[in-house]
Design a protein around this ligand. Structure first.
Ligand SMILES: Nc1nc2c(ncn2[C@@H]2O[C@H](COP(=O)(O)OP(=O)(O)O)[C@@H](O)[C@H]2O)c(=O)[nH]1
Ligand SMILES: [Mg+2]
Length: 574
């Protein structure tokens, strides 16, 4: 394969602007998928992706058009999955930037564009959904022209739904995106931008070849992992694995490595020929650190099943982290790290669905650093650079909201009718309900993006929860000192509503150190529920007791108090 005829590109956009639908049309026009086999969002291959209508994982596919090889990588738009985008960007030369004609430029449009520019990619701007009656292609075109400092005429207007204009994008991809550069005669060198685990064939590495070529059966070396192996199979992506005898310079394809252990095939690592020569690694991408943590416990069943499931899931999701943990209430479990709350939710759902587990998930918290200063604990918390894109009329309420969330204002930028507000803010404030509030104060028009920027000291305190006088570690949380009083009150009331009455009176106390901030009492259960059946029908009484026993299965002991298993989920609901 001559690399002059290869074009590698990603489709990037804010969530829901039509990336996956545009990919569908490209698959159709290039004849990669016959029309009768098409279904919407073809590249969202996970059941969960199809159900929710969102892309979670990057997905490469190889198309052929007018004598060219077009390697497309479809990417997710949600901020929790931006790691998928950054890995994709490292594997290509160009980016199709899609903007919804009814929405205009939004926060992820800017963030993804910014990253694409950092990677020196050729940008092909596209306005999508021009078939919709409320499309404002002119206005949105002005925004994009303004943003990219280009002519409106250079923006392609399309409908990914009807296919109108999509061929123009393909032509521009061929005309404008440079062919991959690389030394075709040199030693083989490729970047691993993804990997998946196949229970029959082991780890399959998704690679972009930068130099040389690799033939099936050749020995390979994983640079960072310092491991060697064999290219058991090489091939290309055709919505399934399509074996091919070799992978050449500039190509995107896969290598079946035979490895059983993912620590050998690290995403971001460089694969090269197995020779003693020194090889410098390909500059890849930053590996993100999990900043949101929650504990996963099984509702009954073997804890080892949960470990196995997490290990397998991690093989296909390198951003998931976990370590064993012991909880007085829930027994053995795992403290798991995520890139955000949606990531957490997706992992939970995949574990339950793909591994048939029933999980208890504790209150998610961001990762705090603590230091002892004398006898006092000092906290540091993760901060993010927060970008909010909004029409001008909502700037006031958004600024008020940000202030309320401890955000520090940095800058305002304008492009056409849209405004970009830049803040630094504590991650804990941004992940919990900031987005919901932002949507509500802006009638749905504002959007946000954030990136971790580092740690900052915070005036934070640890709130303990005492139930019937006993400290319940599972409930403790770290909050800003100035919010502690209000939080304590809310928490006490919430717990009072969730914890069922017991045979005795139960006190709920929220404390910081030895200082009680809030207290609620749950009065004792009045009567034995079976008492009123005295002398009555024995079978009815037994039936009632049985029913009670069944209900009890879903209960856990926290100290002397019985609480429902789903208490943490209930606490998260507002
Ligand atoms: N009317 C119309 N709807 C579109 C168009 N492109 C995408 N959509 C719809 O917009 C929604 C989001 O599309 P999707 O491709 O999943 O967006 P993604 O999140 O960027 O991958 C889906 O309901 C699509 O059917 C278009 O050109 N016209
Ligand atoms: Mg998508």
């Amino acid at each position: 394969m001559n690399s002059a005829n290869i074009r590698n590109f990603v489709i990037i956009a804010h969530i829901d602007h039509g990336k996956s639908t545009l990919a569908d049309r490209m698959l159709e026009i290039t004849g990669t998928v016959p029309k009768e086999k098409m279904h919407p969002q073809m590249l969202d291959m996970m059941e969960l992706e199809q159900e929710r209508g969102i892309t979670i994982k990057l997905q490469p596919v190889r198309m052929e058009y007018q004598g060219f090889i077009l390697n497309l990588i479809d990417t997710p738009g949600h901020v929790d999955f931006s790691y998928e985008v950054s890995r994709s960007l490292a594997a290509v030369e160009g980016a199709v930037l899609v903007v919804d004609a009814t929405k205009g430029v939004q926060a992820q449009t800017l963030a993804n564009l910014h990253h694409a520019q950092e990677n020196n990619l050729t940008i092909i701007p596209v306005i999508n959904k021009i078939d919709l009656p409320n499309a404002e292609a002119e206005r949105v075109g002005e925004e994009i022209a303004n943003l990219l400092k280009i002519d409106q005429a250079d923006i392609i207007k399309v409908s990914a739904k009807t296919g109108e204009g999509v061929e123009k994008i393909l032509e521009k991809i061929i005309g404008d995106i440079p062919a991959p550069k690389g030394d075709e005669a040199g030693d083989f060198k490729a970047l691993i931008f993804d990997s998946v685990y196949d229970s029959f064939r082991g780890v399959i590495a998704y690679v972009r070849v930068f130099d040389g070529k690799l033939k099936k059966g050749e020995r390979i070396k994983f640079l960072a992992a310092k491991k060697t192996g064999e290219a058991v199979e090489t091939g290309e992506f055709k919505l399934r694995y399509q074996p091919r005898e070799e992978l050449g310079t500039g190509e995107i394809g896969y290598i079946v490595t035979g490895a059983r252990d993912l620590s050998e095939v690290k995403v971001g690592d460089t694969i090269c020929q197995d020779s003693p020569e020194e090889v410098s690694p390909i500059a890849g991408f930053k590996i993100p650190q999990s900043m949101v943590f929650a504990s996963f416990h099984l509702q009954g069943g073997e804890p080892s099943h949960l470990r196995t499931a997490l290990e397998k899931l991690k093989l296909n999701d390198s951003s998931l982290s976990f370590e064993p943990e012991n909880s007085a209430a829930f027994g053995h479990g795992f403290r798991c790290g995520f890139l955000g709350l949606l990531h957490l939710e997706i992992v939970k759902e995949r574990l339950e669905r793909e591994y048939n587990l029933d999980l208890i998930v504790t209150q998610p918290q961001v990762l705090y650093k603590t230091h002892m200063v004398g006898t006092k604990i000092e906290y540091e918390e993760p901060w993010v650079a927060l970008e909010i894109v909004t029409p001008k009329e909502f700037i006031g309420p958004i600024m008020a909201l940000a202030q309320n969330k401890r955000a520090a204002y940095k800058d305002t930028k304008y492009f056409s009718d849209m405004t970009l507000l830049e803040y630094d803010a504590p991650l804990s404030e941004v992940i919990i309900d900031f987005y919901d509030k932002l949507k509500s104060v802006s009638s749905g028009y504002a959007s946000q993006n954030y990136e971790i920027v580092g740690w900052r000291p915070g005036d934070l305190v640890k709130m303990d929860v005492l139930i019937a006088g006993e400290k319940i570690e599972e409930f403790n949380r770290i909050v800003p000192r100035e919010q502690a009083q209000q939080e304590a009150k809310n928490l006490a009331i919430k717990l009072k509503n969730i914890i069922p009455r017991q045979m005795f009176e139960v006190s709920i106390q929220i404390a910081v150190g030895s200082h009680i901030l809030a207290r609620e009492d749950i009065s004792a259960m009045k009567k034995d529920v079976t008492a009123k059946l005295y002398g009555g029908d024995v079978t009815r009484k037994n039936k009632l007791l049985k029913k009670q026993a069944k209900g009890k299965k879903k209960m856990k002991m926290l100290g002397r108090v019985e609480i429902p298993d789903d208490v943490f989920l209930k606490m998260l609901q507002r």
